[in-house]
Design a protein around this ligand. Structure first.
Ligand SMILES: Nc1ncnc2c1ncn2[C@@H]1O[C@H](COP(=O)(O)OP(=O)(O)OP(=O)(O)O)[C@@H](O)[C@H]1O
Ligand SMILES: [Mg+2]
Length: 631
C-alpha cells in the first residue's frame, strides 16, 4: 500500500467516488500544503498519471505547464490560504508533456471543527475551446492580413448601399480610412453616370440572390475617378440582416491596356487608311503644286491672279503637311535619314519660325557648341521643331518668351544632341500633360488643332532612337526637350543645306509615272527646264518604248510603287541595257517597306512626293552631275 491518506472506503464513499467519476470532471484533493491526497479516474486519464504516482506529491510541480508564470501560482496559493474560493484557468502539462487548458474551481475542505484540512479542485478540460478560440483568432488575423495586403477590396453593404464593413485595402487602393466609410453610402462615390447601373445591379442581386457584376467609376479620396469592378452577392448575415458582400477590384490597369490596344488598333487602321490614300493624295498634291507652278510661271509678278494662285499653293502645302503627319505616325512615311547638326537645322528654319511665331512673342535662340551629328530625316526634324514652336506660340496668346536652345548632353560614350523649345505660356495641368502625345488629343477645338502635332513629334524622335520629355507648370510655361543620339559617323552624303543646284539641263529623261496628270505636267515642266523628255505609263510601257524607240536615256525617273513592274525592277532592266543610265526614284509613302529599304540601302536617290517641278528638275540635275558610281 502506498503511504496515501486516501479516504477509507465505505459504502457512502464508494458511491461518492462513483458520482465523482461519473461527472466527467477532473477532481482531486490536496492537503493544506498542496500535496495530492486524492485523484479521481478522470484525473488519471486526463493527465496520464496513475494515482499512486501523484498521491503524496506537490500539485504544481507535477502539473505546472511552464506557460503560467510562477507568480500566478503564488497568487493562487495566497487566495486559497486566505480561505477564499477560487476559479481559475490554467495551462497545465500532462505526463506526456502535452499542454492542456483547464478551468477549475477550488474550495477549502474543513473538518468538523472548521479547521482547514485541504482543498478540493474540480477541473474542466477547455483545451478544445481554447483551440477553437486560438483558431478563430488566427483566422481573424489571417483575414486582417489578407485584407490589408491584397489589392482587392472587400466590403459589406446593406440594401440601401450603406457600408457595414470595409476592408483595409480601401486605404491603399482608394485612399479612404475604412472606418470613415462605414455608415456612409457606397453609391455616393460612384460616378453619376454609372450610379443607376450600380443600383440596378444591387437590386437584381437582391431579387435573384445570385452574384452580380458591375463596372463603374468610383471617386478616389484624392478626387479623381478610378474604374472598379465589383462582384456582389446578397446574403442574410449572422445578425439576420440582408446585406450584400462585395469583392471589388481596381480596373485602372486593365482599362489602360484596353485603351492602349484600342489606340494601337486605331493607329493600325489609320495607318493602312493613310497608306491607301496617301499614294493617290500625294499624286494629287504633286499635280496641284505642279500645275500651279506652271501657271505661276506664266503669270505676271503681281495681280489678283497671282495672289489667288499663291493661295492655291498655300492650301496645297497645308494639305501636304497633314498627309505628311498622318504618314509619319502611321509609319508609312518615306524616311531619308542624313547626318546633320541640330544647329544647322535651327538656323536654316529660323526665318520661317520667326514669321510663324509673330511679333507679340519674344523669340530667342541659344545655340550650344555642337560638334556632333545626328542621323535623322531633315524634313522630319524640321517638322519636330515647327510643331513644338507652333504649340509654344499657341500657349502664349498674350505674348511671352519662346526660347529654342541646343546643347550636348551625356558622357563621352553616350552623347546626346539636345534640342529644347521653352515657352512662358499657359502650361499644362498634369491630367492634360498625360495625354498630349496621344494622336488626336487637342485642347484647341476642332477647327484649330488636329492633335497630331505631338504624336508626330514623338514618332519622329523615337524612330530616330531619341527621347522627348516635357516639363510644364500651369501658368508658368512648358519646356519640351528632344534628345537624339549622336551619330558615330562623319557625314558621307548630303548635309542639311546644300547649295541649291540650277534646275536646267539638256539630258534625255525617261519619266515613268502611272498618274496621268503628273506625267503630263512633269513632261511639260521638264521640257521648260530644257530636258529631252520621254514618258511612260508603267514599267512595261517603259520597256516597250526603250526597245522600240531606242531611247538612250541619261536618267530614268520612276515611281517606286506602280502597278505591274515596280520601279526598282524596272531600273534593273533598264540598267542592264543601258549601263550609263542614272536613276531617280519617287515615292509618296511606304507601301512595301522592303521595297523602299531596298532603294535606301543601296543609297539610291529618292525624291519624296509631293514634289514641286523645280524640286524635280533640281534632283535630276544633281544626279546627272554626280560622278558615276560603281555598279
Ligand atoms: N507648349 C505648350 N503649352 C501648353 N500646352 C501645350 C503645349 N504644347 C502642347 N500643348 C497641349 O497639348 C495638346 C496637343 O498638342 P498637339 O501639338 O499634339 O496638338 P494641337 O497643337 O492641339 O493640334 P495640331 O498640332 O495637330 O495642330 C494641345 O492641344 C495643348 O493642349
Ligand atoms: Mg500642335
Amino acid at each position: 500500500m502506498s503511504r496515501s491518506s486516501r479516504p477509507r472506503t465505505g459504502p457512502t464513499l464508494t458511491r461518492l467516488r462513483q458520482a465523482v467519476d461519473a461527472s466527467g470532471e477532473v477532481v482531486f484533493m490536496t492537503d493544506q500544503g498542496g500535496i495530492f491526497t486524492f485523484v479521481n479516474r478522470r484525473f488519471e486519464e486526463f493527465y496520464g498519471y496513475p494515482a499512486q504516482e501523484v498521491i503524496g506529491r506537490v500539485t504544481p510541480r507535477i502539473l505546472r505547464g511552464g506557460l503560467v508564470p510562477k507568480e500566478a501560482y503564488a497568487e493562487f496559493w495566497k487566495t486559497l490560504l486566505e480561505g477564499r474560493p477560487l476559479n481559475y484557468a490554467f495551462a497545465n502539462r500532462t505526463r506526456d508533456g502535452e499542454i492542456v487548458h483547464v478551468e477549475a474551481s477550488v474550495s477549502a475542505i474543513k473538518d468538523a471543527r472548521g479547521a482547514l484540512v485541504g482543498y478540493l479542485a474540480v477541473q474542466r478540460d477547455v483545451s478544445a475551446r481554447k483551440a477553437a478560440e486560438e483558431a478563430f483568432r488566427e483566422s481573424q488575423a489571417r483575414l486582417q492580413l489578407i485584407s490589408e495586403n491584397v489589392l482587392d477590396l472587400f466590403s459589406q453593404i446593406d440594401l440601401d448601399g450603406k457600408y457595414i464593413y470595409v476592408s483595409s485595402s480601401y486605404r491603399v487602393v482608394l485612399g479612404y480610412e475604412p472606418a470613415s466609410l462605414v455608415g456612409t453610402s457606397a453609391f455616393e462615390r460612384v460616378h453619376p453616370e454609372d450610379r443607376q447601373n450600380v443600383e440596378r445591379a444591387l437590386e437584381t442581386a437582391a431579387r435573384t440572390r445570385t452574384p452580380r457584376r458591375a463596372e463603374f467609376r468610383y471617386r478616389h479620396a484624392a478626387g479623381h475617378y478610378v474604374w472598379l469592378e465589383t462582384v456582389g452577392k446578397v446574403i442574410d448575415d449572422s445578425h439576420g440582416r440582408t446585406t450584400a458582400v462585395l469583392s471589388t477590384r481596381d480596373l485602372t490597369e486593365r482599362k489602360r491596356i484596353e485603351e492602349e490596344l484600342r489606340q494601337s488598333h486605331k493607329l493600325e487602321t489609320l495607318g493602312s487608311l493613310a497608306g491607301g490614300i496617301a499614294h493617290d493624295f500625294n499624286n494629287v498634291l504633286t499635280a496641284i503644286l505642279g500645275y500651279t507652278d506652271l501657271v505661276l510661271a506664266e503669270t505676271g509678278p503681281t495681280g489678283q491672279m497671282r495672289e489667288d494662285l499663291e493661295e492655291v499653293r498655300r492650301a496645297a502645302a497645308s494639305a501636304e503637311s497633314l498627309t505628311r503627319q498622318l504618314l509619319i505616325f502611321s509609319r508609312k512615311a518615306v524616311v531619308q535619314p542624313v547626318l546633320v547638326h541640330l544647329n544647322d537645322v535651327v538656323t536654316g528654319l529660323e526665318k520661317m519660325l520667326r514669321r510663324t511665331v509673330g511679333e507679340h512673342v519674344m523669340f530667342t535662340i541659344e545655340l550650344g557648341d555642337q560638334s556632333g551629328f545626328v542621323n535623322i530625316d531633315v524634313g522630319q526634324i524640321e517638322q519636330v521643331l515647327m510643331n513644338l514652336v507652333v504649340n509654344a506660340r499657341d500657349a502664349m496668346p498674350r505674348g511671352g518668351t519662346l526660347t529654342i536652345a541646343t546643347r550636348t548632353d551625356g558622357d563621352s560614350a553616350h552623347r546626346h544632341e539636345v534640342l529644347s523649345v521653352a515657352d512662358t505660356g499657359c502650361g499644362m495641368a498634369p491630367e492634360i500633360r498625360a495625354k498630349i502625345f496621344d494622336p488626336f488629343f487637342t485642347t484647341k477645338g476642332p477647327e484649330k488643332g488636329t492633335g497630331l502635332g505631338l504624336a508626330t513629334v514623338q514618332r519622329i524622335v523615337e524612330t530616330a532612337g531619341g527621347r522627348i520629355s516635357v516639363e510644364s507648370a500651369p501658368g508658368i510655361g512648358s519646356t519640351f526637350t528632344v534628345a537624339l543620339p549622336r551619330a558615330a559617323d562623319v557625314p558621307h552624303r548630303a548635309t542639311a543645306h546644300e547649295a541649291s543646284t540650277t534646275p536646267n539641263g539638256r539630258e534625255r529623261v525617261l519619266f515613268v509615272e502611272d498618274n496621268d496628270a503628273i506625267r503630263a505636267m512633269a513632261a511639260r515642266a521638264l521640257r521648260r527646264f530644257g530636258y529631252d523628255v520621254t514618258t511612260a505609263r508603267d514599267g512595261a510601257d517603259a520597256m516597250n518604248i526603250g526597245r522600240a524607240a531606242r531611247v538612250n536615256a541619261d536618267v530614268l525617273v520612276t515611281d517606286v510603287v506602280m502597278p505591274g513592274m515596280n520601279g526598282h525592277a524596272l531600273w534593273q532592266q533598264i540598267r542592264s541595257a543601258h549601263p550609263a543610265c542614272r536613276v531617280l526614284f519617287t515615292s509618296g509613302f511606304v507601301a512595301d517597306p522592303d521595297l523602299l529599304a531596298d532603294v535606301q540601302s543601296r543609297n539610291l536617290p529618292l525624291l519624296r512626293k509631293p514634289y514641286t517641278m523645280e524640286g524635280l528638275a533640281q534632283a535630276i540635275r544633281k544626279i546627272v552631275d554626280e560622278p558615276p558610281r560603281p555598279a
